[in-house]
Design a protein around this ligand. Structure first.
Ligand SMILES: [Zn+2]
Length: 205
């Protein structure tokens, strides 16, 4: 189950990454963080492309290994306590556990993304929450996550993690956390087939 979710989400989220077809799951192992997918992706680039583009710096997509590490942790959080659940007070609990990352919370999104926030917060805390880090907004917009923050150092890792959360959210159901796609119908939302009803995938892809 967890390996299928991993491959389903990774397959879509990394479909424009060169070497994505080298991604395989080698094991799912117990870990202190929950059941952790071990993966291999020998052909994915490790470094984030960064080059001068006139007065600004062009920043390439989040490296595949960063996305896969984040996704494995997100799914470990999701399956940590058995079958995934979304209690009504998930947002308060999440903020209480990670005050140094989320402050008072104020998540403006559905419960299916709770494990995305949780996995990213844990990775950030393990590395050390950077000086001056403050989440100013954590919300849904156009079907995926927007995570606005201030931070005075360790910019690169933090930026890749935040960009990774935003990107993965476009492939995770906002209602339940299963693999999903952004769908049209009123306003854009990322939903799994079960929560989608008759909404069609945006862009027809
Ligand atoms: Zn769903």
């Amino acid at each position: 189950m967890i390996a299928e979710e991993f491959l389903s989400i990774a397959g879509l989220a990394l479909r424009h990454h060169r070497g994505a077809d080298s991604v395989t799951v080698t094991a799912v192992e117990p870990s202190p963080h929950g059941p952790l997918v071990r993966w291999s992706a020998p052909l994915l680039a490790v470094e984030r492309e960064r080059r001068a583009d006139g007065p600004t710096t062009f920043l390439g997509p989040v490296p595949g290994p960063v996305l896969l590490t984040l996704l494995a942790r997100v799914l470990a959080c999701r399956w940590r306590d058995g079958a995934p659940r979304c209690p009504p007070d998930w947002a308060e609990r999440l903020a209480r556990r990670h005050r140094d990352v989320f402050g008072q919370g104020c998540f403006e999104c559905g419960p299916g993304w709770r494990w995305l926030w949780e996995g990213a917060a844990e990775l950030l805390q393990e590395r050390g929450v950077p000086a001056g880090f403050r989440t100013s907004q954590a919300k849904e917009k156009f079907g995926s996550i927007r995570w606005y923050y201030d931070c005075s150092d360790d910019y690169e890792y933090t930026q890749s993690l935040v960009d990774g959360v935003e990107l993965l959210s476009a492939y995770i159901c906002e209602e339940c956390g299963r693999p999903g796609r952004i769908r049209q119908g009123g306003w854009l939302r990322c939903l799994c087939p079960e929560h989608a009803g008759n909404r069609r995938i945006a862009g027809g892809a």
